[in-house]
Design a protein around this ligand. Sequence first.
Ligand code: CP
Length: 308
Amino acid sequence: MSELSVKHLLGIKYLNESDIQLIFETADHFKEVINRSIKKVPSLRDITIANIFFENSTRTKLSFELAEKRLSADVINFSASQSSVKKGETLIDTVNNILSMKVDMVVMRHPNPGAGIFLSKHVNASIVNAGDGAHEHPTQALLDSYSIREKLGDVAGKNVVIVGDILHSRVALSNIFALKLQGANVKVCGPKTLLPKHVESLGVKVETDLRKALNWCDVANMLRIQNERLDISYFPTTREYTQQYGVNKTLLNSLDKEIVIMHPGPINRGVEITSDVADSKQSIILNQVENGVAIRMAVIYLLAAKIK
Ligand code: CP
């Protein structure tokens, strides 16, 4: 197979295992490209991409923009906070106005779950979901699995625990879908109040004891508390949360084995992860960021091939 089964990247839920392998093989090529002295290829010289962000972002926004520029696409950036959205313009009107400037692809981050799916039904462009509320963040999950594959050789058969605020996390849901598709064993760990009811129906196991979860896993993906999505208090205090669900060097050193530590960012140092863990040799956090560019180049390149 040399093309994706989808026209948009709306979520991992819509991909199959072959799509993921194709994205990884394409990313392998682009990773080699971005480590050359000349980091740019002319592949998408005739493609225009709009990055429209209705929510804050550092990593995802910069990574997409860099990926697009490395592929020689024309890029325009739109930030809702500085736009006519503030004057009451609707999402469809906003995007149709952008598309009338002959834009081929829209990369969108939006606070509402399903915003990308909605848009894909109303506009004539390829849509890439850069995070939709607490729903999905597909490129984050792809770069996370790609980073596990790079570090441990394969994702299949690996034990991965996702720790923290699973309830409000788009990273958790996309990671669960991606890891399960590739044959990993997945546990989620956190306070019961931050675990979705019936999460086991996604094929994952629940562990509320962090030490047990870490002793079981090969990889721990630490998530931050999504404070911006918390409507009520889900645990007594941040200090208690950190005591029960934060990783620190003493805890890691007391485990039976050395595990790989991941975090999608942004990190809340001293809450879910201490600095001596985040900056340790067990951490692949910055490798994840580096791999994000290659993964996003692969996704955009493969989706652009469906437009032509
Ligand atoms: N991982 C992630 O989505 O980070 P940003 O919110 O900074 O894009």
